[in-house]
Each structure stands twice: as structure tokens, then as C-alpha cells.
Design a protein around this ligand. Structure first.
Ligand code: NAD
Length: 486
């Protein structure tokens, strides 16, 4: 049975290709509400042939869209921003229904997602380029930017709106046309965003959406398609590696936003109350299912008891439940498999000597709940400190010297986000500059901002999204050498 909220999205005809809804070639797949495990919609399942049809549509739409005046593209993006904001409650309800996150988190996501359209509406009209004499004289050098071409976008389930708009908005601003494959857990939000873009007047074929259970088949068909020149992927490092290998065959331009393992550092001179407030956001926004989620807490020995007891008390008081309840602060995880994965990491940590110091209650009955949990005395080699937990568990490690801290923090394959709390800004900056991370929150528990370059170092990714850099990721540079005999 299709949930009343999603009937208008035409999920049974869930492929959005060339401005039209159409049924997939291979039937439908079920989408669940993680709070109950119940099926909320059956969505069309696209295959490789559908993927090719979508890329063909994007290729047909490319010449006109790329030549559309920047001001006109900007206005379409601005209308999309306004329509999304006006529709916040309904879009948030769809996100909460298929992803499970609390309504407050879902509303915040809609606003964050919409802001990419506003930011890139503003950037679309700021064309760059340069013109000047060559050093030897006799020529002029002109440098211009142009859209890279048809872009394939692949997004995860944890921010089903924002991860899509963070790619669609800059791609359209640059003059690219796109094919999007949302995660199979959360296709309804992407379909809702497609509807908004259409309502905003984005021409047919500029944005195409192909939900599927055959991710490899659909994305593989795009990477093999002669007109697809860009892959922008957000997801796990494991899948990112696989796609980088596939993209190599046709030397497709890639942007990779991959996994994280963010350290959250609290120094002995930190404002502990502020650190606890920041930790609650950095760890528990989206129930810990964020690539930026604080994954390991390094707290100085002088303040660890004060921090752990205040943070633990706040964690114990969290209201965990379904998004349908207005009191809920933390929703369920995305799936049974996710709950099992988090439980396995926690029990391995406990076997290695960690202690469960605080835990919030969770609803009994159905739904994929894992209790928000604080772990103390976590040994520095524990697996939970090396693996992306993607759940509401906070392992705390104690440190005493900055040198020891930095070697612990920088040990590992990821380098997406870090957080540092210290009252001494110079010290916080010193630590931040020594951390291998693309983004560092200083005395803040959140770093995401459409106007700032988001992305990681090491195996957390390649390239940046958001800011001017996010637009340039969808552009190529062309240089013209002009004979100029003066
Ligand atoms: P995932 O890698 O399993 O899936 C991401 C997307 O890739 C989905 O659309 C999925 O269907 C698709 N996919 C899976 N296998 C594929 C294949 N063989 N070929 C082509 N596509 C394939 O990740 P997930 O579980 O959906 O999301 C969680 C991960 O995403 C975490 O590691 C998280 O850190 C990361 N993430 C990173 C950022 C960032 O900006 N760096 C943001 C959000 C999430």
C-alpha cells in the first residue's frame, strides 16, 4: 500500500526521464518506513536500458541548457529555492517517512538542501575567466570556463534531499544537464525534488532521476555512455573506490564525497558545557548517520569526567522514537542491517575493555532502533575508533599530551571532518592545522554550509562541494591562444 503522503509523487512511475514520469522496465521495489518496517511505497525499478534513455535525454537537453543565459538559469534555481522553502513541511514529512530521521532534523535538511539552490542561483551569474598578454608578447591568452557536459549524480540515503541538491544546483548553474540515481532506501525525496524543479520551469531532460535496485547496472551504463563526462558521487569509501576504477576506463571527471571518521577533541582549557552542546549536535544529528558525525571523542584527562558525565546525562535524556511523534529527537537507524552493524561494533569494543557508561531508552516493538550510547575507557586500538559507526554511539578516549593526541587523531584512512573545543583560539587553530581533515569545526559542532567548500582528504574523497569550488567541479577550463601581433 502506498502511503497517502507519497501517492502524488507517482512512485509507481518513478522514473523521471525527459520531463515525464514513466514506469521502469523491471517492475517495482518496496520502500520502508524505518520506524515500523512497513512498506510505504512501491517505486519503479530502473535498469541499464532506462539509464541509457535518461542519459540520452540529458544529452539532448544539454546544448540548449548550456547556452541558456546564466541569468535565466539562475532564476530557475531561485524559483526552486523558493518552492522548496514554501513546501518545507511536506518535503520534511517525506524525508522523515522514508529515512526515519526526526522531523526537526528533516526540516533542517530541507532548508539546508534548498539553500544550495539559492547559493548557486547567486553563483550562476558570476562567470569567471581571464584575458591577458602572454609573457613573450605576440599572443593574447583567454581563459574561459564551460560546462563539463552530462553529469551522473549518485547519492546516499542519509541526507536524501541535501546530497541531491548539493549536486543538482551547481551542475545546473554551470550549464550541465544531469542524471541522478538516488539510494534505493530513499528514492521518494529525490522524486519530490524532481517535481519541484519541474514546477520551477527547469526544461525537460535537464534533470532525470532513475531509482533502481541495480545500482551497479545503472551507474555502470552511465559511466559507459559516450556523452556522460562527469561522475559526482556521495557514499561510502568502498563504493567510491569501485567507481573510481570504472571511471578510469573513459577517463570520466570525478568528484567523490566519501566516508568519514571524525575526531572530536576537547582540550583541558575547553568550555566543557559548550563542548557537550557541540558534541550532541556533532554526534547525534540524524542519529549519528552523517559522514561528518563525530565518531571518536578525544577528551583531555583533566576534563574527561566532567565532560563524560554531562554528555552522558544529556544522552540518557534523549527522546528516541518515530518521526511521527512530535517529541522525538532521534529516530531509528535506516535498516535492521545498520542496527546489527552498530551493535557488533559496540560489543567488540566492550569485549576489548570499553564500558557502557550511559544509554538512552528506545521504544519497544518494531522499528530499527539503536539506543544512543556513551562508551568510556575505549582502548586506542579498538575497531570502533577506526570504523565509521554511522549510529548514535560515542566512544570516549582520554589523552594527556598534544603529541599523543595528534598521532591518535591522524591514524587512519579517513580525513573528512574534525572538531576541536578549546578556549585558547591559537591552540585550537594549531591543532586544527595539524589534523588531516578537509573540514574542522572550532568550538562548533557543525560545519556544513552551502557557501563553504565541503569535502575530505585521504580516502574521504576527491574534490569539494558547495561554495565556488562546487560549481567549478562541473566546469572545464578552455584556454584560447590568440595571435596578436602588437
Ligand atoms: P553507499 O556507498 O552504500 O551508497 C551510496 C550510493 O551508491 C547509493 O546510491 C547506492 O545505491 C550506490 N551504490 C552502491 N553500490 C554501488 C555500485 N556498485 N555501483 C554504483 N553505485 C552503487 O553509501 P550509503 O550507505 O548510502 O551512505 C553512507 C555512506 O555515505 C557513509 O560512508 C557516509 O560517510 C557517506 N557519505 C559521505 C558524505 C560526504 O559528503 N562525504 C555525505 C553523506 C554520506
Amino acid at each position: 500500500m502506498t502511503h497517502a503522503l507519497v501517492t502524488e509523487l507517482a512512485p509507481g512511475e518513478g522514473l523521471f526521464v525527459d520531463g515525464r514520469w514513466k514506469a521502469g522496465s523491471t517492475g517495482t521495489f518496496d520502500v520502508e518506513d524505518p520506524a515500523t518496517g512497513e512498506v510505504i511505497a512501491a517505486v519503479s525499478d530502473g535498469d541499464a536500458a532506462d539509464a541509457v534513455a535518461a542519459a540520452d535525454a540529458a544529452a539532448r537537453a544539454f546544448p540548449a541548457w548550456s547556452r541558456t543565459a546564466p541569468r535565466q538559469r539562475s532564476e530557475a534555481l531561485h524559483r526552486t529555492f523558493e518552492l522548496m522553502i514554501a513546501d518545507t513541511d511536506r518535503l520534511a514529512a517525506i524525508i522523515a517517512l522514508e529515512n526515519g530521521k526526526a522531523l526537526s532534523d528533516a526540516r533542517a535538511e530541507v532548508v539546508y538542501a534548498a539553500e544550495f539552490f539559492r547559493w548557486y542561483a547567486e553563483e550562476a551569474v558570476r562567470g569567471g575567466g581571464s584575458y591577458g598578454p602572454s609573457p613573450a608578447g605576440g599572443t593574447r591568452t583567454i581563459v574561459t570556463r564551460r560546462p563539463v557536459g552530462v553529469a551522473a549524480l549518485v547519492t546516499p540515503w542519509n541526507f536524501p534531499a541535501a546530497m541531491a541538491t548539493r549536486k543538482i544546483a551547481p551542475a545546473l548553474a554551470a550549464g550541465c544537464t544531469v542524471v541522478l540515481k538516488p539510494a534505493a532506501e530513499t528514492p521518494l525525496t529525490a522524486l519530490a525534488v524532481a517535481r519541484v524543479l519541474r514546477e520551477a520551469g527547469v526544461p525537460d531532460g535537464v534533470v532525470n532521476v532513475v531509482p533502481t535496485t541495480d545500482a551497479g547496472g545503472v551507474v555502470g551504463a552511465w559511466l559507459a555512455h559516450p556523452r556522460v563526462r562527469k561522475l559526482s558521487f556521495t557514499g561510502s569509501t568502498a563504493v567510491g573506490r569501485l567507481l573510481l576504477r570504472q571511471a578510469a576506463d573513459r577517463v570520466v571527471n570525478t568528484s567523490m564525497e566519501l566516508g568519514g571518521n571524525a575526531p572530536f577533541v576537547v582540550t583541558d582549557d575547553a568550555d566543557v558545557e559548550a563542548a557537550v552542546a557541540g558534541a550532541l549536535i556533532a554526534k547525534l544529528r540524524n542519529g549519528g548517520q552523517a559522514c561528518t558525525a563525530a565518531n571518536r571523542f578525544y577528551v583531555h584527562a583533566d576534563v574527561v569526567d566532567e565532560f563524560a558525565s554531562a554528555f552522558g546525562a544529556a544522552v540518557e535524556a534523549l527522546r528516541v522514537g518515530p518521526a511521527s511523534s512530535p517529541e522525538t529527537q532521534i529516530g531509528p537507524l535506516i535498516s535492521r542491517g545498520a542496527v546489527d552493524g552498530v551493535a557488533a561494533l559496540v560489543s567488540a569494543a566492550v569485549d576489548a575493555g570499553a564500558v557502557v557508561s550511559h544509554r538512552a531508552p528506545v521504544p519497544s516493538g518494531g522499528g530499527y532502533y539503536y539506543p544512543p550510547t556513551v562508551l568510556r575507557d575505549v582502548p586506542s586500538g579498538a575497531e570502533i575508533l577506526r570504523t565509521e559507526i554511522f549510529g548514535p554511539v560515542a566512544p570516549i578516549v582520554t589523552w594527556t599530551s598534544e603529541e599523543e593526541l595528534l598521532s591518535l587523531v591522524n591514524d587512519g584512512e579517513y580525513g573528512l571532518t574534525a572538531y576541536v573545543y578549546s578556549r585558547d583560539l591559537q591552540r585550537a587553530l594549531r591543532i586544527a592545522e595539524a589534523v588531516d581533515a578537509g573540514m574542522v569545526g572550532i568550538n562548533r559542532g557543525v560545519v556544513s554550509d552551502p557557501a563553504a567548500p565541503f569535502g575530505g582528504v585521504k580516502q574521504s574523497g576527491v574534490g569539494r562541494e558547495g561554495a565556488r569550488e562546487g560549481l567549478e567541479a562541473f566546469e572545464e577550463i578552455q584556454y584560447l591562444s590568440v595571435d596578436w601581433p602588437l
